[in-house]
Structure formats: C-alpha cells, structure tokens
Design a protein around this ligand. Sequence first.
Ligand SMILES: CC1=C(CCC(=O)O)c2cc3nc(cc4[nH]c(cc5[nH]c(cc1n2)c(C)c5CCC(=O)O)c(CCC(=O)O)c4C)C(CCC(=O)O)=C3C
Ligand SMILES: [Fe+2]
Length: 366
Amino acid sequence: MASDVTPFDALLLLSFGGPEQPDDVVPFLENVTRGRGIPRERLAQVGEHYFLFGGRSPINDQNRELLAALRASFDEAGIELPIYWGNRNWDPYLADTLREMTADGVQRAAVFTTSAYSSYSSCRQYRENLADAVAQVPGAPRLDKLRPYFNHPGFVEPVVDAVVRALDELPQQVRHGAHLVFVTHSVPEDMAATSGPPDARRAYEAQHRDVADVVAGRVRALTGHAHRHDLVYCSRSGAPSTPWLEPDVNDHLEELATDGVPAVVLIPVGFVSDHMEVIYDLDTEALATAQRLGLPAARAATSGTDPRFVTMVRDLLVERAAAERGEMPPRPTLGGLPPRPDRCPAGCCPNLRGERPALCGVGDEV
Ligand SMILES: CC1=C(CCC(=O)O)c2cc3nc(cc4[nH]c(cc5[nH]c(cc1n2)c(C)c5CCC(=O)O)c(CCC(=O)O)c4C)C(CCC(=O)O)=C3C
Ligand SMILES: [Fe+2]
C-alpha cells in the first residue's frame, strides 16, 4: 500500500460550510452572497429551505463523518499526518484553521476540496479563499490543492452503484424504461462558458457529460438495459434576467412526463454529499414535482463516506506527493477526458468580476 506522503505534513479538507442552528442562517447567507448580486427574494426563499430543516444544514456533520473516515483510512495505511478542516462560509473558517495549522508547525499541506469539477464557483473561488486566508495568517503553511477529481474512479464508481440501487427501488414494471437524470448545480451562463482552461472552455458541462456517459455505460453493462440519460440543473440563483444553465430539473421532469417516460432516477452527480441542494432541491422539491406528475422517481445516493471515495482522497494525496518529489505517478481516470493538472493553468475558470489573488495555479507556488 503506497503511503509515502513526503513532502506533505498535513491534509486540509476545504469545504463550503453551512449553518448549524436557526440564528446562523442569515449570517451564513450573507457570507455566501457578499458581492455576488443575489436578489433579496431569492435569499429569503433559500433561508426558508434551511428553516424547513430546523435551521441546520447537514453539510458540516457530513464533513465530520468524512474526516473520521479519512483518519481511519490513513491509520490503516500507516499515514500519520494530521487532517484539518476549514470552510469558505462558516465555522470552522479557513483562516482560523490555517492559524491552528501554523501554531502546530505545519509547513506544507495538501488541500482536498468537497467540489469535484472545474468552474469559478467550484474551483477558482476556493483557490481565492486559500489566498485570502494565507494573507491573513503570518507564517501560514504552503498549500497545494489536489486536482479536480470528477473523473477519478473513486468518485465515479460509487455513482454507478448508487444508480443501480436506485433503479432497484423503482417498481419493477417501470424500472427498465427509467430515464437517468443527472443533476448538478446550475451556474450563470457566462461562468459556464469560461469554465476550464483557455484552450478547453465549457469544461463544467463537458466534465459532467463525460461522467454521465461513463455511468450510463456501466449501468447498462450491469443491468443489461440501455437507459436514456440527460444532464440537468438545480439550485438556480441570481437575478431572473441573468441566464443560467438549463433545463431546470423540475421543468425537465415535466417534459419527460409529457413524453411518456415511465420513471426516473435523479442522480446528484455534481455533489459529494447529501447537503441542502440535495435534501431540498432534489428530495423535497424535485421529488414533489415527480409525484405531482405521477412519475415514479428514486434518488441515487451521493459519495458521502463510500470507502472508494475515502480511498480516493488518500490516493490523490499519495499521487500528488509523488509528483512533488519529481516522480511520475499513475493518474487514474474514467471516461474520455484527461486528468486535470495539479496546478490550474493561467486563465483557468476566471473570476468574471475582476482578477483576485489565487493560490495553486501555475506560477502561484511558494
Ligand atoms: C457550482 C456550485 C456548487 C458545487 C461545488 C461546491 O460544492 O462548491 C455549489 C455548492 C454549494 N452551494 C451551497 C449553498 C449556496 N450556494 C449559493 C449560491 C451559488 N452557488 C453557486 C454555485 C455552486 N454552489 C453559484 C454560482 C451561486 C450564486 C452566487 C455566486 O455567484 O456565488 C447560495 C446563496 C443562495 C442562493 O442563491 O442559492 C447558497 C446558500 C452549498 C451549501 C449547502 C448546504 O448548506 O448544505 C454548497 C455545497
Ligand atoms: Fe451554491
């Protein structure tokens, strides 16, 4: 079992963060949307989603579970390095975690984000968060963000099994005709258009399509049935006049029902755990839409703490450590796209509101 993590002396889990009690909801939403131009009405609506669940997002507990699973996995492999956790938008805030790491003498940490794809929101914004936090903490460790892992087998294979399990939940007479509806977070059209490196834009959609194709192909091999599949979007935000990626999952379900599709599996392929987008936008809203339409629907599980996903994090750390030592580690992927590079090239997923300092790109090191 590969376990050499030199030159790293820590792993940092970097996530979005979420409220833990009703009083947290409004300040959390203010943190998320500061300077992002989200209308008040949308914020009030999203606040209600959180209040429906007692003012608490499941995301922090899911990260606590992931941390525990990672610790066990590292221990099993004889990897002793400490694991830290910091968030973009809620306690434990990234800068506080960096202070703790600095006080503990950490010099160089690998960073795993709970976000698998390339786009400003899902990649560069985290790199900007790292730069902001480092600027606030004198003597902060060097940070190396692990590559986007949308096409890593440890991310894709649990999705395949989750789809097969969800198909099994559907009534037998409609199962074989079920449509596979892959769902991810909508982003503004201009963010989608500029996602990825300058020579391969629209990477956000291309990456999701690639994963959806692989999953659908493997499901076919396992079940013997060729299920049709689509990529659709949830959680649209912003002003109604700003174009975002479409179709919305609810509109799509209407269309499938009209076309006589007998059943659907909803697959939250854009997310790594059952956080608010999944339990509200899919389990609450989209499943209600399906029910209203008389469309049998099952929701596939997210990776969560699937052992393959947990092992992937360890493998990405060991892979990157080898690369930093000048070795050429294998970089497992599935599908038609190559592995993303360890450092994002210049101009990758630009911030359309103006350039800001970011870490972990080509030329950003040291
Ligand atoms: C691509 C993407 C991911 C996936 C990658 C990743 O995981 O990072 C993601 C994840 C998440 N998004 C989350 C929550 C929110 N996102 C918002 C707003 C926005 N998201 C955007 C994109 C994404 N978001 C965008 C372009 C906006 C518009 C504002 C802006 O341009 O920045 C808002 C504001 C209200 C609203 O308008 O919806 C909230 C509350 C939570 C926490 C859930 C929980 O609490 O359980 C998670 C994991
Ligand atoms: Fe979001």
